[in-house]
Design a binder for this molecule. Structure first.
Ligand code: ATP
Ligand code: LTN
Length: 330
């Protein structure tokens, strides 16, 4: 069975973009692949965090993994720091990454360009740690949203570089970016990605948002004056974004189908249909979430996940350290 690995960095509450772009796919792929899904808590601290809030976000993230349908019996769910090999291979990968490569990473470049102050060394070298996360498990596929594709491509380059230098150590992974919904846009500014760090709360639907609030966000989403439900992300970014949301939540319903259903009808009708779908899915997730946080499922899932993941990761780390010549033979 091919192996698939992905992680989420809960620096805030998970939102609909995380769900549609990444999390929902981890769940779908469980039948077909050996899925490893982790909570990237080392990546979280690359930007300043309030300790109590971070703890809450980490717990909520695991609960939401489970509530969205990740099944600890079939998939391996774990907290990154429970598997010590991540930090250690992360360092080794960092020593095999060129400064020029890190300088090209758009996520870091964007933050620099915005003039953000006091960016950390951890944020700069984060793609090397991400490479370690993936390569430790010889993952074949990495399901991510559009914004993470560049990091998986760097991972491929690093895997090939090390394989060439030390002999075959790693599987070279492939990014899996969904055709629809890889970049869900903000509802209040459809030229920007829906993000936890969105300045206005209106553009981002959180998975734990009160249903009334979520409905209101959809109903007041920015659209246009074209007065037709048509898929054209350039000309009608707001409407096209809502269409992507509706399509992704309806088993990738074709855009032509949605256009036909709403032909000659107003945006109000269309937005109501999107809001109904969003609220239906959130309601399902939230009901399950409440059961999970009251029970003992989080602790159990993470304990068995860490045990299973550590076995694989520790063995790979050993192999790498030997190949690089870092161990002493007696
Ligand atoms: P954010 O911008 O919200 O802080 P992020 O990409 O920095 O998100 P994560 O929360 O770790 O950090 O993202 C988890 C996954 O969700 C990644 O695979 C990412 O590509 C995907 N993702 C994030 N935002 C969106 C979005 N707006 N549309 C589709 N996928 C997204
Ligand atoms: N960098 C990702 C989170 C992440 C990840 C990974 C995703 C960390 N390690 C390994 C896939 C595979 C992010 O910011 N969204």
């Amino acid at each position: 069975m091919k192996r698939m690995l992905s992680g989420i960095k809960p620096t805030g509450q998970l939102h609909l973009g995380n769900y549609i772009g990444a999390l929902s796919h981890f769940v779908e792929y469980q039948d077909e692949y050996d899925v490893y899904a982790f909570i990237a808590n080392l990546h979280c601290i690359t930007v300043p965090q309030d300790p109590e809030e971070l703890q809450r976000n980490l717990r909520d993230c695991v609960a939401l993994y489970l509530a969205c349908g990740l099944d600890p019996e079939r998939s391996t769910i774990f907290l990154q720091t429970d598997v010590r090999a991540h930090a250690q291979l992360g360092y080794i990968m960092c020593c095999h990454t060129y400064l020029g490569e890190l300088n090209r990473m758009t996520q870091f470049k964007d933050k620099m360009a915005k003039g953000e102050k006091n960016l950390s060394g951890g944020l700069y070298t984060y793609p090397s740690l991400m490479a370690a996360d993936i390569l430790l498990y010889d993952a074949d596929y990495v399901p991510v949203g559009e914004d993470q594709k560049q990091h998986v491509e760097l991972t491929r380059d690093l895997a090939e570089r090390m394989n060439n230098r030390y002999g075959k150590l790693f599987t070279v992974p492939e990014p899996l970016v969904p055709k629809v919904g890889a970049r869900i846009m903000s509802l209040s500014d459809p030229t920007k990605k829906m993000s936890k760090s969105d300045n206005s709360d209106k553009g981002c639907i959180y998975l734990l948002d009160d249903l009334k609030k979520a409905r209101k966000k959809v109903m007041s989403a920015v659209t246009d004056n074209e007065a037709r439900v048509h898929f054209d992300p350039e000309l009608q970014p707001g409407i096209s974004n809502l269409m992507q949301i509706l399509s992704s939540l309806s088993s990738n319903r074709p855009m032509g189908d949605i256009e036909a259903e709403f032909e000659g009808r107003g945006y109000g009708d269309f937005k109501r249909a999107v809001a109904d779908k969003v609220c239906e899915r959130l309601d399902m997730i939230q009901t399950r979430y409440r059961e999970i946080v009251e029970g003992d499922m989080i602790r159990k899932a993470l304990t068995s996940g860490a045990e299973k993941a550590s076995k694989i990761a520790d063995a790979k780390l050993d192999e790498v350290q030997k190949a690089v010549g870092m161990e002493i033979k007696y």
